[in-house]
Design a protein around this ligand. Structure first.
Ligand code: HEM
Length: 175
């Protein structure tokens, strides 16, 4: 008569099946990834592009940002809330002929806040930077939502400052 395992023995065997072990490993891994400290560093001052070319955090004025419009320069930049992002990876959106090409090389803040890609919504390149002070609450919320989108998706490559400001002069000296 073959050996009949005791009840506990049967349960022990059924608990440690390969599938259960796999699930247990997966569960432990998920717990570990959730609990471990966030390793992502603060926005980089110096970082690298996909091409391995060094990108240095820079100071832009509306005029020095303008050439990054996808036509005059291979890289496409835009500003949101005075932060300049490298949106070259989204050239389909912002490059020539793209639906949002008006934003390329420009401060896109008001357009994003008002959900409009009309050129008239954007501030003239030679004019002072839009203070955005008149935005309504829902427009401000929309703008901040977009700012988060850009922060999550694209590389922060600089800040936008007023032409002729101390920051702009400092940056000019450093170049
Ligand atoms: C006419 C109706 C519109 C349609 C059908 C449309 C469609 C789309 C689609 C399909 C995407 C890609 C989403 C993704 O893959 O993550 C997108 C992204 C985007 N849309 Fe629109 N859109 C419209 C209007 C607008 C307007 C008025 C604005 C002006 C603020 C706008 C700004 C954007 C921006 C900034 C992105 C993100 C692109 C990126 O991730 O770099 N869209 N839109």
């Amino acid at each position: 008569m073959p050996h009949q395992p005791h009840l506990e023995e049967t349960q022990a065997i059924s608990v440690f099946t390969p599938v259960n072990l796999l699930l247990l490993t997966l569960a432990l891994y998920l717990i570990y990834t959730r609990l471990r400290p966030n390793p992502s560093p603060p926005p980089p001052l110096h970082s690298s592009s996909a091409a391995g070319q060094a990108i240095v955090f820079k100071t832009f004025t509306p005029k020095t940002l303008q050439p990054f419009n996808g036509t005059d320069n291979a890289r496409v930049y835009l500003a949101v809330n005075r932060k300049v992002f490298d949106v070259t990876a989204g050239k389909g959106f912002y490059g020539p002929g793209g639906p949002y090409s008006n934003f390329a090389g420009r401060d896109a803040s008001r357009g994003l806040a008002l959900n409009s890609f009309d050129a008239e919504v954007l501030t003239e390149v030679g004019a002072p930077i839009d203070s955005l002070e008149d935005l309504k609450e829902d427009e401000r919320v929309a703008l901040n939502g977009w700012a988060e989108h850009f922060e999550g998706k694209y590389l922060l490559v600089g800040r936008l400052v007023e032409e002729g400001s101390e920051e702009a002069k400092e940056a000019e000296k450093e170049e």
